[in-house]
Design a binder for this molecule. Structure first.
Ligand SMILES: [Zn+2]
Ligand SMILES: [Zn+2]
Length: 96
């Protein structure tokens, strides 16, 4: 698999390119992920920060310290609110 993974938010304003996954994804059932997705869990796949790009559109973000003590910054579309990706000091880039 040599091509980057790309995706857009619900309204299409934001498009992102993620490079290649560093490892398989994981489900997270913590309260923060349940609330931020409006679902029973989120899916997180780690990516290299250097290969991660916002190609177009404007994102906003919300930062919260998780129960683990890690600071998680969740980025979402400023127009439609779709969750796009998360970053933290310990894992510089990740995608939902
Ligand atoms: Zn959008
Ligand atoms: Zn979580």
């Amino acid at each position: 698999m040599s091509r980057s993974i790309t995706g857009t938010c619900l309204c299409g304003a934001v498009s992102i390119s993620c490079g290649k996954p560093l490892s398989p994804g994981a489900y997270c059932h913590c309260e923060d992920c349940r609330k931020s997705t409006g679902s029973a869990f989120s899916v997180a796949i780690p990516f290299e920060a250097a290969e991660f790009r916002v190609l177009s559109g404007e994102t906003r973000s919300f930062t919260k310290v998780a129960d683990s003590g890690n600071e998680i910054r969740r980025h979402f579309c400023s127009s439609c609110g779709s969750p796009l990706y998360g970053t933290s000091p310990s894992t510089p880039a990740g995608s939902m």
